[in-house]
Design a protein around this ligand. Structure first.
Ligand code: ZN
Length: 145
C-alpha cells in the first residue's frame, strides 16, 4: 500500500472532482477502509461491501503496462496535438501499484513499433495540459520509465 490519505476538504466522488484534482496535478482515487481497497476512477460506494463512507486517497502514480494499442486513427483532440497516421500514439490500460487499473495515453513508447513494447513496462503517472485559457484541461497520462 503506497497510497496516502488526503486531508483536503471532501469533494463528491464524481468525474468532475477527479478532473479538478488532475488540474491540481493530483491523481486521486477513493478508498474503502472496510475492505482496504482503492477505486480509480473514484467511486462513492464500495462495490464489494456497499460502504458509502469512502475517502479520497492520493495515488503515487507508479504503475505497469497491462495492455496497449497503437492508435493511427486519432480523435480530433489528439489530431490537434499532432497525432495521426504519420504519428501514432500508444493508449493502454495501466495497473497501478495501488491495485487499480485505468486507461490512459502512454508516453515514451514507440507506437510505430508495437512489437517492441512489453507488457509489464514500469510507468509513472504524468499530467498533460491541453488547450488554452478557459479551455485548458489537465489529462492523465503515463510515461515509460
Ligand atoms: Zn468495501
Amino acid at each position: 500500500m503506497t497510497a496516502t490519505k488526503s486531508t483536503t476538504t471532501k469533494r463528491a466522488f464524481t468525474a468532475a472532482s477527479f478532473d479538478q484534482y488532475l488540474n491540481e496535478k493530483k491523481l486521486m482515487g477513493s478508498h474503502c477502509a472496510n475492505c482496504d481497497a482503492n477505486f480509480l476512477p473514484p467511486r462513492a460506494i464500495c462495490p464489494d461491501c456497499y460502504d458509502d463512507q469512502l475517502e479520497w486517497v492520493e495515488l503515487d502514480g507508479k504503475a505497469k503496462l497491462a495492455a496497449f494499442t497503437s492508435i493511427y486513427i486519432a480523435p480530433t483532440a489528439m489530431i490537434n496535438e499532432g497525432y495521426g497516421r504519420d504519428k501514432p500514439y500508444v493508449a493502454g490500460v495501466v495497473e497501478l501499484d495501488d491495485g487499480v487499473k485505468i486507461s490512459a495515453q502512454i508516453l515514451g513508447l514507440d507506437a510505430a513499433n508495437p512489437e517492441e513494447i512489453k507488457i509489464g513496462t514500469p510507468l509513472q503517472a504524468e499530467f498533460i495540459e491541453r488547450g488554452e485559457g478557459d479551455e485548458k484541461r489537465t489529462f492523465l497520462a503515463f510515461r515509460a520509465k
